[in-house]
Design a protein around this ligand. Structure first.
Ligand SMILES: *Cc1c(COP(=O)(O)O)cnc(C)c1O
Length: 437
């Protein structure tokens, strides 16, 4: 029988994360203080983050060892499987070989668990008793709730009101893992009370939810704040994906010509792609790495590379990144996890150096790819992940046209079991495409 699944022996699971900053021709532009515009000092971050995470945020070391307890918790669902999509290849009648790394096997259902576990661990080590965060679509809130439960930390989630109403089961999931989740804006914070006074019916926004979580963490001695994407330490933790994939491609006796990931803040893309970019830089490999964003929120393909705020309230440091502007309000597309105005500074820097590619896709094409994938491979993908699927399908069709044996690897960042409303809308022909400008 032809092999379709490549499982890594758990004993061979990589035990270090990879920091691409060590292999770039110059250091990445530093974050700036939002008020003074001076490069940020580590002390500026201490009210919000544990020291070891600040150290990881700024380190230029090539590798960071994964602590034993984190390895143990990863062992609950890692190594994650690598599949060859043979049925999809057949359906596309392509000479290309398509592989995907499946991160939906983590209990909360996405790659976000990889950094949630690491962040909960380092905070527990630092004696932190409580973590606050925001969540848009709900995946990050679920991942952090699960991780906090593992390390006996209290978890408080501010969930953007509109998705709180659209996805009530996400709240149930977070509460089952012992977290407290409430709609944002809410009455528990000054930011929330002000937002509600301005507009009692506001749908909320990621910017407001971030501001609420930050206000909460800053006000309490026992609390810190956690972010699920964008920051260097988050991208670092996600590189476990690419490090495993390198070993699994070896098991498959193959090597990718192109590596693809969907791109919101940039963490799952970077997690898969950065170790392959290292191989390009250090070992003369020639893999093309492609980030795929929604046409409705295309920061890499339409944004400017400049210093900008991470949130609408201008509370975060200024980050040099590809951005549509901190006031940009993306339309309500169904890949909620990709509706961020900016892009991770480290991925932005890699892109500015010409070490990767980016493209944007509209949501109807993305759902068409998702449905084709589900009908052939069985897994029902998150709408975010489906951007990577459709881009992989485009590559496979291009390879067919050119009669090329292209090897394609993409990241299936999560499953879509909480996104069935979006599938229903697509199947009923009710999804609208949005294009930036
Ligand atoms: C959050 C999320 C994303 C987008 O975030 P990145 O930081 O860009 O990876 C993509 N896929 C899934 C399943 C998510 O939950």
């Amino acid at each position: 029988m032809e092999k379709t699944r490549f499982d890594l022996d758990p004993k061979r699971m990589p035990d270090r994360w990879y920091n691409i900053a060590a292999d770039l021709p110059k250091p990445p532009p530093p974050p700036l203080h939002p008020v003074t515009n001076e490069p940020l000092h580590p002390d500026d971050l201490r009210t919000l983050f544990a020291d070891s995470l600040i150290e990881q945020e700024l380190t230029m070391d090539r590798y960071v060892a994964i602590p034993g307890q984190v390895m143990d918790m990863y062992g609950m669902y890692r190594p994650s499987p690598l599949f060859r999509a043979r049925r999809l290849e057949k359906a596309l009648q392509t000479p290309a070989r398509i592989y995907y790394k499946y991160e939906g096997v983590s209990p909360p259902g996405s790659h976000k668990t990889n950094t949630a576990i690491a962040q909960a661990y380092y905070n527990a080590q630092a004696g932190v008793k409580r973590l606050t965060t925001e969540t848009g679509a709900g995946q990050w809130g679920c991942a952090l709730s699960f991780a906090c439960q593992l390390f006996d930390i209290e978890c408080r989630v501010y969930m953007v009101r509109v998705s709180f109403q659209q996805k009530p089961y996400r709240k149930t999931m977070m509460e089952t893992w012992g977290a407290k989740a409430s709609p944002s804006p809410g009455l528990d914070t000054e930011v929330g009370r002000q937002a509600l006074a301005l507009d009692p019916d506001t749908p909320g926004s990621l910017g407001i939810a971030i501001a609420e979580a930050v206000e909460d963490a800053a006000a309490r001695e026992d609390s810190k704040y956690a972010l699920g994407s964008v920051l260097n330490h988050v991208l670092l933790h996600q590189t476990i994906i690419g490090e495993e994939a390198l070993l699994q491609m070896e098991l498959a006796d193959d090597y990718p010509d192109v590596v693809i990931g969907c791109f919101g803040g940039g963490s799952n893309y970077a997690g898969l792609a950065f170790p392959f970019i290292r191989e390009n830089i250090r070992n003369n490999k020639g893999t093309r790495c492609v980030a795929v964003e929604p046409a409705a929120c295309p920061s890499l393909t339409c944004g400017n590379y400049e210093y900008d705020y991470g949130d609408t309230a201008k509370l975060t440091p200024l980050l040099k990144m590809f951005t549509l502007g901190y006031q940009f309000m993306p339309p309500g597309i169904h890949a909620g996890g990709l509706r961020y105005h900016g892009a991770a500074p480290l991925a932005s820097f890699v892109h500015s150096l010409g070490l990767m590619e980016a493209k944007a896709l509209p949501q109807n094409a993305v759902f068409a790819g998702a449905v084709m994938f589900t009908r052939n491979e069985g897994i029902l993908p998150a709408p975010e992940s489906a951007h990577a699927i459709q881009a992989a399908i485009d590559e496979a069709l291009d390879a067919r046209e050119k009669n090329e044996e292209r090897v394609i690897l993409f990241n299936l960042s999560g499953h879509g079991f909480f996104d069935l409303g979006a599938y229903q809308a697509y199947l009923a022909g009710e999804l609208e495409d949005y294009f930036h400008k």
